[in-house]
Design a protein around this ligand. Structure first.
Ligand code: ACM
Length: 498
């Protein structure tokens, strides 16, 4: 069943070789030869080539919520480039699935819903770019792309607690990751070194806890208005924000702001180092749970997405019995505030409540526990997905406690083989975390994120049997050049040398 929602833009185009068309290049690559990342699930090549004239001008995005953001996305990414496009919805497709047909000089986009429309225009942007559409006219091989993701959740985590990043820097990150169909941005908003979001009922969390960061530089925090702005910016580009308040460990910033949260009732000193595992909220204290309820309620009200991440990792200063009691209670608070709890894999040692997402980072056995309890698992194995790991021993920033992760190592793994017995149905998706101990600028973020994120985006999107390293490398080389053209400080990976 197809419903034609809209016929958009100018319908001026000509199929091959109209009188005013520039000469057709000697070789127009087949659709299947374009360097698309992540590789779509299915590409069917046609026999002909179509010519499209492009126009410079403004477009007014539709008010239709299914296609408006997709139109806005494409016009912002390819400013002033107007093409004849048809958008329609299909009830027989999943919401994030789409199809694009290039035929007889027409480009037709069909999608199951808003997410699929956004996914489609992100692919289309790459087709247009790699076909040279910026020049005012373009020849594109005919054929179709039919696509949907392997995993519904494809995430990126930015640690703004170890070093704070301003709103504009976060927006720049959103622009970069959205282009590769990453659809969740997990913000690590608190840690020992800093608390990064205004909480109106506990103002000192940000006012005092936000002052510090690694290196002893000034830190900072987002006002609620700024956080709302980030959420809206992300949403328009197809990205759901996942807020994390890490607890009961990783809490020195909160403990420095409110002594009542600490077992000895004394404020701690601000912490600007990089050790882990030394702090804990007082799990016996009613005020701690009142604070958490207030924090979850305030952040939850600003966050349209379903998840609230409670951290739960490396709580080495918390007795295990207290940890279990604490995580059980915090899951209850999160659910009572209408959100779905997420936690790092240690939370599987508590009694997982229904739907709590367990994020594997170091302990496959906890992922197995989660599966046995019927809970979804998010895959972030540190040895493959941690973007703060160095590429090799010469990388100018980054750590290597888990591994050196070159681009091939980020690409050559299958999330379904990581924990015994887990299959695609148990796995919600994958996420690539960028921890912030060694990053101090957007350039640092770029260096550790790109081009590895492209490998991980494809791991999360493309069917395993379609993924092939040599072909990925061919496509990656084209993207490296494009990333650089956009001013993104991508790392010159040795896998593309020679
Ligand atoms: C973690 O890397 N501590 C989740």
């Amino acid at each position: 069943m197809r419903t034609l929602v809209t016929l958009l833009f100018l319908c001026i185009l000509c199929s091959c070789g109209p009188a005013d068309a520039p000469p057709q290049p000697a070789r127009v690559p087949a659709l299947s030869q374009l360097p698309l990342i992540p590789l779509p699930a299915e590409i069917t090549d046609g026999d002909d080539v179509s010519y499209y004239k492009t126009f410079k001008g403004e477009i007014t995005p539709s008010n239709n919520p299914v296609i408006g953001d997709a139109q806005r996305y494409l016009s912002e990414r390819m400013p002033k480039l107007i093409l004849p496009l048809q958008y329609s919805t299909r009830t027989d497709m999943d919401a994030d699935a789409y199809r694009i047909d290039f035929e007889n000089g027409e480009i037709e986009i069909q999608a199951g819903g808003r997410d699929g429309m956004l996914n489609a225009v992100k692919t289309l942007e790459q087709v247009l770019h790699f076909s040279g559409a910026d020049a005012g006219a373009v020849y594109i091989s005919e054929g179709s792309i039919e696509d949907q993701p392997r995993f519904a959740y494809r995430g990126y985590m930015l640690d703004v607690a170890r070093h704070f990043f301003e709103v504009d820097e976060v927006k720049a990150v959103i622009d970069r990751i959205a282009a590769y169909k990453i659809n969740h941005l997990h913000l690590h908003l608190s840690d020992d070194q800093g608390w990064r979001i205004e909480i109106k009922s506990w103002p000192k969390l940000a006012e005092i806890g936000g002052k510090s960061e690694v290196d002893g530089t000034p830190g900072g925090y987002y006002t609620q208005e700024q956080y709302r702005d980030i959420v809206q910016y992300a949403t328009q580009r197809g990205i759901t924000i996942v807020p994390e308040i890490d607890m009961p460990g990783h809490t020195n910033a909160a403990l420095s702001a409110y002594p009542i949260l600490n077992a000895d009732g004394k404020a701690t000193e601000p912490y600007t180092g990089t050790k882990v595992g030394f702090s804990t909220l007082d799990t016996d204290q009613d005020s701690v749970y009142i604070m958490i309820d207030d924090v979850v309620r305030e952040i939850g009200a600003l966050t349209p997405g379903p998840y609230f991440h409670l951290g739960g990792d490396e709580s080495d200063a918390t007795d295990h019995e207290d940890y279990v009691k604490f995580v059980n209670e915090v899951q209850r608070i999160i659910k009572q505030n209408g959100k779905t709890p997420m936690g790092w894999d240690e939370v599987a040692t508590s009694s997982l409540s229904e739907n709590t997402v367990v994020q594997l980072w170091a302990h496959p056995e906890y992922a197995v526990k989660a599966k046995e309890a019927g809970n979804p698992v998010l895959m972030s194995p540190a040895t493959r997905t941690y973007l703060d790991m160095q590429y090799d021993s010469t990388s100018r920033i980054g750590l290597h406690w888990a591994a050196f992760i070159e681009v091939d190592s980020a690409y050559l793994w299958d999330p379904a083989t990581l924990a015994p017995g887990l299959t695609d149905g148990d796995i919600m998706g994958i996420e690539a975390p960028l921890w912030g101990e060694t990053i101090r600028s957007l350039e640092d973020i770029d260096y550790l994120t790109f081009p590895r994120l492209l490998a991980l985006a494809e791991v999360g999107w493309t069917p395993q049997e379609r993924r092939e390293w040599e072909d990925f490398k061919r496509r990656l080389a084209a993207h490296q050049e494009w990333l650089k053209e956009q001013g993104i400080a991508t790392y010159d990976t040795r896998v593309l040398e020679n």
